[in-house]
Each structure stands twice: as structure tokens, then as C-alpha cells.
Design a protein around this ligand. Structure first.
Ligand SMILES: [Zn+2]
Length: 522
């Protein structure tokens, strides 16, 4: 019997979009969003080519945990996935790329009107050349199409920024509670579940949306939820979110490598009970402010020389060093050569029998051509890096032996490992983050057996973290410099912790956000 019901409902779901009208019992829900984290302190620009654009049913593949065919979530609505676009972090998005991708999305949304709900899946730290608050702009232009009645549920990264405009047009809103973002799917699912529940129960938009700006702007490397004080702060987010009268509670750390007035910490709580929402929001805001001086880097830090000196003399291997200033997954260009130049200049690594150091990674499309021509075991000599960001060091000449080649990587295109002395340099056709053990083993490298592994990264992603015998975070130069005092801020609100000292007690009372019904968008 159950099997028949499932079979029949699958059939019904499959054909519903063909017959769906606005009076259908199942809610009609769109899916849309453009997501990138982009640094305005990097000379890199992101074009449409940097994005993976998904359309229609392809979009379900972004939510493998809860939106697969036949899932409970899929059966509870007429889903109308429009267009999503995602990119690795990078430089600011060109205005042309933004308008083009937004155009695809808005055109697609227009085709399936009307919408009872919309799942707005974004990162929240996109910068667009010549446009402040792109996510606020994007949701406003979506709202012009859907109209005021649609319930928009916004799901974000905790490193995103929440402007008042984004808060007003979002009816439900949340962000990750873990950094590293091990709860990414869980967060998106929660955002969708809350939307479904409000639609199914007929309770509609939340009665109250509280927004509290907190004048704190810190790099993610100081606010990892693996350690205090962020650990307890985010545990309290979970506690606040399940209180009676509260729908959702969230804390955004904001994104420090873009210079906009919206970039700072934010608390948001939504719910139907004014007092419960107020208390939850103000408690979280006070908690965040109270612990501001306790945020520290997730690993001991040093300049690159100090880190290399310690790693070379250490007995713990593999010794990881984060080359953090050019971390491509925070928005760095990923092709700064400064650190690799320092490494290759050191005498310990000049001979093949020196301590094995793996360096991940540096883009070098010309070197890739040479490596492909020479083949594994062949000798190569050529320039790598500094095509995008040459502010700290020029393209770097590498001479060595091709140790491995791998073609067809989704991000890198082609990867080649060039051995020079005891250093194994991973050169890529296009930039790629190295977060997993397989990223190394696919290239015949065994990071567990290396003396030192240097990665363009901030905090270590879980697989690398679990593999490390020791770890230092090198404060290297680049578009996502961890030393915020070195960044030339002009537009963020001041005073801001920790850039400014002696900040007076901020007003951490709730600001009530207008319902999207009350905010005209035309
Ligand atoms: Zn993030």
C-alpha cells in the first residue's frame, strides 16, 4: 500500500508542474541565488566564467542531502528551480557578469510565476564593481518579480553580510553555525524546512524580525567554531533558535576583506513572540560583544620565516603551514608567488635529499603546457604565478622535474607536480583549493609522509586538520591579509573592533526590521 502511495505521489510530483495553478494544494517554491565571497583588496576580478551556473532540475544536485528525487522535501512542494550561480571565492565580480547572471535568473523566475515561497541560497559576501550591497540589490530585484506576498527564505554563510535591505526583503533568514562549514547542507535544509512549515501551516511571514549590528569585524581564522569563544557563542545560537516563539536565530561574523558599510557582525532572530525574539537577539548580541577580546587565531601565527624555521627544526611531521594571505577560498587571487619564492630561496630545500616540502599551489598555465610536453620525468623550466596579483612578487622561475601530471580536474583543469630540490610544487592551469587528502594523493603525493606541507588556506579544512602533526598560520601578504590593520579601509563603519581601539559601548538593542509587505520595491 505504502509503495503504491509513494509511486502515485512520485507520479503526481513529476507531472504537477505541468498542471500546477496558484490554487494547488502544494505550495509553489522557486530556488535562486548567486553566491561568491569576493575580496575588494585583491586586484583579481571575477567574470561569468568563474561561476558554475545551474538551471532548472540541475539545481537539485546542489542539495544532495535533502532534495534528491523522491525525498520528503521534494514531495511537499511544486519546486520551480530557476537559476543558481556559484564560484570559488575571488576578486570583485564585474558589473557585466553580475547583470548577465542576474538576468538569467530573473528571466527564469518570470516564467513560473506565481510563487508562494522562494529559497534564496546565497553566500552573502559578493562584491560587485560599482555596486554596494549586491545581495540587497539582488533580492530587491527578485522581489519586484515575485511581488510582496512570496515568502523568501534566505540561507547564507556566516561570513556573509546582512544589510538592512537584505533583512527587510528576507522573510526567513539564517546562516551556518559552524566554521569550517560542516553544517552547510544542514543549514540549507533548515532554511527550506522553515519555509515549508510556514507555508504548510498557513502561518506565513514571521511577525517579528530583529536585527542588531555588532561593531566587530574579524577574519574567519579568529572565529572558528572549533574553539572558544565562537564555540560557545554558536552553541547559544542553537539554544536561542529552539525557544518558544522563535523561528530562527543566527549570528553573522561578516566579511573583512571587502570595504563596505554593511560589513560587520550581525545578529538576526525571527519569530512570532516579540519578547522571546527580543531576548534571544539581545542576549546573542551582548554575548558576541562581551567576548570580543577573546578571539584569537585558530593556530599560532608568525611571519613566514618564523613558521619555516619552526617547521624545519620540529620533530612533528607533517608540519602544516597556512599561506593565509593569498587563500583562494577566502577571496585571494591564489597566484601570489611571494611565499613560494621565500621557500625556494632557502638552502635546506635545495637538494633532493632535503626535508620534503609540498607546496599547494600556484597557477602557471605556461608551465602546465611545458609539463605536458615534457611528460612525467621530463625536465622543465618556466614562470609561474603573479598574473593576477603581482604586488608582492613577480612571476617566479621554477626549474625542476615533472613528478606527476593529472588532467581533467573540475577546478584546476590540469595539475602538474614539479620537483625542485626537496620541494614538490603543485602547479595548476587554473587556481584550485587543496582541502582534501585526495587532492594530494591523486598527484602521487603522500602528505602524511612529508616533513612540511604549505597550503594556500586559512584554518585547515577537516581532512588536513586531522592529518597535521603540528600547524602554524603564516601571516603572509595577499588580497586576504589576516592582519586587518594593514588593510586600507575607507567605507566600513567606524569605530570597528579590532581595527579601532577604545570603542565606546555600542547600542545592542533590537532594531525591528520592516516586513517585506511594508517595503515597496518599485
Ligand atoms: Zn564562510
Amino acid at each position: 500500500m505504502l509503495k503504491h502511495i509513494i509511486f502515485l505521489s512520485t507520479l503526481l510530483i513529476a507531472y504537477l508542474p505541468l498542471f500546477a495553478k496558484s490554487n494547488d494544494p502544494l505550495p509553489r517554491i522557486g530556488i535562486a541565488g548567486i553566491g561568491i565571497e569576493s575580496s575588494t583588496f585583491s586586484p583579481a576580478l571575477s567574470t561569468e566564467a568563474a561561476f558554475t551556473i545551474k538551471r532548472g532540475e540541475q539545481i537539485y544536485t546542489s542539495y544532495p542531502g535533502f532534495m534528491q528525487t523522491g525525498s520528503n522535501v521534494r514531495s511537499r512542494a511544486v519546486w520551480l528551480p530557476a537559476v543558481t550561480a556559484r564560484s570559488l571565492p575571488g576578486g570583485a565580480v564585474t558589473r557585466e557578469a553580475y547583470e548577465t547572471m542576474l538576468g538569467y535568473m530573473l528571466d527564469s523566475l518570470k516564467k513560473n510565476l506565481p510563487y508562494d515561497g522562494l529559497f534564496f541560497d546565497i553566500h552573502g559576501a559578493m562584491s560587485v564593481v560599482g555596486l554596494d550591497d549586491p545581495e540587497g540589490d539582488m533580492i530587491t530585484r527578485i522581489r519586484k518579480i515575485t511581488g510582496p506576498k512570496t515568502i523568501i527564505s534566505t540561507s547564507m554563510d556566516l561570513h556573509g553580510n546582512v544589510s538592512m535591505r537584505l533583512a527587510q526583503q528576507s522573510d526567513l533568514i539564517t546562516c551556518y553555525r559552524m566554521a569550517p562549514h560542516e553544517d552547510a547542507q544542514e543549514t540549507k535544509q533548515r532554511s527550506v524546512e522553515q519555509l515549508l512549515q510556514r507555508l504548510e501551516s498557513g502561518s506565513g511571514k514571521p511577525k517579528y524580525k530583529a536585527w542588531i549590528p555588532v561593531p566587530i569585524l574579524l577574519p574567519g581564522e579568529q572565529t572558528s567554531t572549533r574553539i572558544e569563544p565562537a564555540k560557545s557563542l554558536y552553541e547559544n545560537v542553537r539554544t536561542a533558535a529552539v525557544k518558544d516563539g522563535v523561528i530562527e536565530a543566527a549570528v553573522w561574523m561578516g566579511y573583512p576583506w571587502a570595504d563596505e558599510p554593511r560589513n560587520h557582525g550581525v545578529i538576526m532572530v525571527t519569530g512570532d513572540d516579540k519578547e522571546a525574539v527580543t531576548n534571544a537577539a539581545e542576549e546573542l548580541a551582548n554575548h558576541f560583544w562581551r567576548v570580543r577580546n577573546e578571539f584569537h587565531f585558530v593556530a599560532p601565527t608568525g611571519n613566514l620565516k618564523e613558521c619555516l624555521d619552526k617547521a624545519v627544526s620540529s620533530e612533528k611531521h607533517p608540519f602544516f603551514i597556512s599561506d593565509s594571505g593569498d587563500n583562494p577560498t577566502a577571496g585571494g587571487a591564489g597566484d601570489v608567488t611571494w611565499s613560494l619564492q621565500q621557500i625556494l630561496a632557502r638552502k635546506e630545500f635545495k637538494k633532493p635529499n632535503g626535508p620534503v616540502l609540498m607546496y599547494a599551489s600556484i597557477p602557471g598555465p605556461d608551465m602546465i603546457k611545458k609539463a605536458l610536453a615534457a611528460g612525467v620525468g621530463g625536465k622543465v623550466k618556466g614562470l609561474v604565478g603573479a598574473e593576477v596579483d603581482s604586488r608582492y612578487a613577480p612571476p617566479l622561475l621554477i626549474e625542476g622535474t615533472v613528478y606527476a601530471i593529472r588532467e581533467g580536474d573540475a577546478n584546476a583543469g590540469v595539475e602538474a607536480v614539479i620537483q625542485t630540490g626537496s620541494v614538490f610544487v603543485i602547479v595548476t592551469q587554473k587556481r584550485k583549493p587543496y582541502h582534501k587528502e585526495a587532492d594530494f594523493t591523486n598527484l602521487k603525493l603522500e602528505p602524511r609522509k612529508a616533513a612540511i606541507v604549505v597550503v594556500k588556506i586559512g584554518y585547515l579544512e577537516p581532512e588536513l586538520y586531522n592529518m597535521r602533526a603540528d600547524w602554524l598560520l603564516a601571516l603572509t601578504p595577499g588580497g586576504v591579509d589576516q592582519d586587518l590593520a594593514r588593510l586600507p579601509y575607507k567605507s566600513i563603519q567606524r569605530p570597528m573592533f579590532p581595527v579601532d581601539k577604545n570603542i565606546p559601548e555600542p547600542d545592542l538593542k533590537v532594531r525591528w526590521v520592516k516586513s517585506s509587505d511594508e517595503v515597496a520595491v518599485n
